[in-house]
Design a protein around this ligand. Structure first.
Ligand code: SAM
Length: 289
């Protein structure tokens, strides 16, 4: 798509680059990231001082714009205008992949809406880095990000995680970690397994695996310092019943008709159907005249 620039001549729109930056180790900065940051007209950054450290490391001097949670609406309009004027822009967050628990959603949605070109220069993200190390299933997982701090919303999320069969990635600030672990133990049970991944890719990287109760104890002994990701193992898969309620009742009646005692028939029909003895008993009670 093209648009008309101020001079009346046609200007091809600039591209938006979503650029990942290291999560703590500058060696993780890829040559493609360095090249993109060197070549774009502008860099939009969540924290311009953080970006400056990266630019110093790369010996780059760039035009830098601020794009953060609080100015995101105004900044989105400003960046869209620049893109329409043919300027290329890299969006970076403080660390890791932009948009992942970081600003950028409004901008990317608007870029799609306006049919402007965009691409991503991928790199590390704390959540996937922790998940890979966790020892839990990486084929199916949920990214929870930061749990809500408001009581009602937090409770609903924690309840939803009780039966969640996929591994779950949670970000947390150090000063809230103990409370979050306490909530996880209360809602998911101390037996559920998890990891605490601290300072990933940095000098003091540390990953501890254990039951949530163990992890809670670990936190009580080591006051949190640095950045943390929690990964929680999924709940045990619940096998779906092999039979419907009606089929299970039929099984029971057939067994009784074949001479089984009611007690044994109940036990056997519950086993075959996968429904559970208490539930089948309840169904039979409800059906009996
Ligand atoms: N965009 C980032 C990403 O792709 O991972 C996440 C940004 S979010 C605002 C910051 C949170 O990510 C931290 O509070 C922490 O939970 C997690 N995090 C970032 N870097 C980390 C690291 N090196 N080790 C452990 N956790 C990290």
């Amino acid at each position: 798509m093209t648009n008309i620039g101020g001079s009346g001549e046609e200007v091809s729109p600039g591209k938006l680059y979503l650029v990942a930056t290291p999560i703590g180790n500058l060696q993780d900065l890829s040559p493609r990231v360095a090249q993109t940051l060197a070549e774009v007209d502008y860099i939009a950054a969540e924290d311009t001082r953080e970006l400056q450290k990266l630019l110093n490391h790369l010996s780059l001097k760039k035009s830098v714009l601020s794009y953060h949670h609080h100015n995101r609406q105004k900044a989105t309009q400003q960046l869209l205008q620049l893109l329409h004027r043919g300027k290329s822009i890299a969006l970076v967050s403080d660390a890791g992949m932009p948009l992942i628990s970081d600003p950028g959603e409004e901008l990317v949605a608007a870029v799609w809406e306006q049919g402007l070109p965009l691409t991503v220069i991928p790199g590390p993200s704390a959540g996937l880095t922790a998940l890979t190390l966790s020892g839990f299933s990486c084929n199916r997982f949920v990214f929870e990000g930061f749990l809500p701090t408001g009581e009602a919303k937090r409770r609903l999320r924690l309840l939803a995680l009780q039966g969640e069969e996929r591994s779950c990635i949670i970000y947390e600030a150090p000063h809230r970690l103990a409370q979050t672990m306490q909530d996880l133990v209360s809602y998911l049970g101390g037996e559920r397994r998890g990891i605490i991944a601290r300072e990933l890719t940095k000098i003091y990287e540390e990953v501890v695996q254990g039951s949530l109760a163990d992890l809670q104890q670990h936190l009580a002994q080591t006051p949190p310092r640095g950045e943390y990701v929690l990964v929680i193992a999924g709940a045990e898969e619940v096998e779906p019943p092999a039979m419907s309620d009606t089929e299970a009742q039929e099984q029971y009646r057939e067994l009784v008709a074949a001479g089984w005692t009611r007690r044994d028939a109940l036990k056997e029909a519950a086993r075959r159907s996968g429904i559970g003895r208490d539930r089948l008993y309840q169904i039979l009670q409800e059906q009996s005249p």
